[in-house]
Ligand binder design. Sequence first.
Ligand SMILES: [Fe+2]
Length: 366
Amino acid sequence: MIEFRLGTHVRLGVEALTALDQFADLRSLVVTDRFLSTTDVFAEVVDRLGDPTVYSEVIPNPTIEAVGHAVTAYLMARPQVVVAYGGGSVIDTAKAMHKAALDAGMGAEEGLVAIPTTSGSGSEVTSYAVITDEISHAKIPIVSPDLVARLAILDPKAVQSVPPKITADSGMDVLTHAVEAYVARLACDFSDAFAEKAVQLVFANLVRCFTNGDDMDARSHMHNASCMAAMAFDNVGLGITHSLAHALGGRYPIAHGRLNAILLPHVIRYNAEHSESAAERYARLGALISPAAHGRAGVQALVGGIERLNQKLAIPARIREEGVDPSDANASLDGLAHSALDDGITASNPVQPSLDDLKAILRQVI
Ligand SMILES: [Fe+2]
């Protein structure tokens, strides 16, 4: 039995923030970070909500301690609705706050509203949040249906000022979500539909967003692609591009999406070599980009398309070009590969890799 859930109402487009008007008479709590709290779009969010309590202390990669402070602020505000305005860290913090309040019997009865300000994590529709243990630096995933936002507002104005480098990195995270969900073990017709559309939207719009951030048509499509890719992977899982990116990201300060972008062509080649059904599925995605490509040529069309996309986005082919010392990375291969193998995400990859397989992929990207 396969289950596919869509628990979030989605409003999209440049008028989407009007959806907040329905909460104007409620006690609301807005969760954001210091920088975002100074922006024009945030001012519109506050204006539409009336007189919300604002919690603007969210930090990147939220820690257990930071979430603890945030939960206290939530409980004191006693909100009827919680609105998260920000990227993955803000939305994940709001989710963790809301879950803790629900467990204490004090959760906002109208639930969670997510307004993403990057087109990347898709956290606005997933049932995941990731918190960092500040002592061990380990990422702690929280998974619960309670973390699903009731409403996601995809307003391209919220991503208009995202700088090119972050646009590139988060956009390649979207592509990786879609490609990995498409070949995941539990992939089904429903997840395929979201993943295929997201892949097409990324190839058609990401470079446009990178070269001209004010291209609102391209920004809208990338914002939608991010949400659609997340709807796919939230249901069927991801693969070893993410497991390896998590391992490398725990050791080197390189953006998650950039690591995915560097790893993805190598993981596609590896999976296609070891699984005929994965190769067929990659070929189908390749044919979406290059309609003349058939069979194995479709796999190469996909890999070549991703490599060309990386070049256009100024993303290098190897992590040494991101400042990683190759001798340090080679000396850490065992630990990195073990960490990727132990990552829960590895189970949904179409091929179950050995430790040596993961090391070989890591060597290719070093
Ligand atoms: Fe990701």
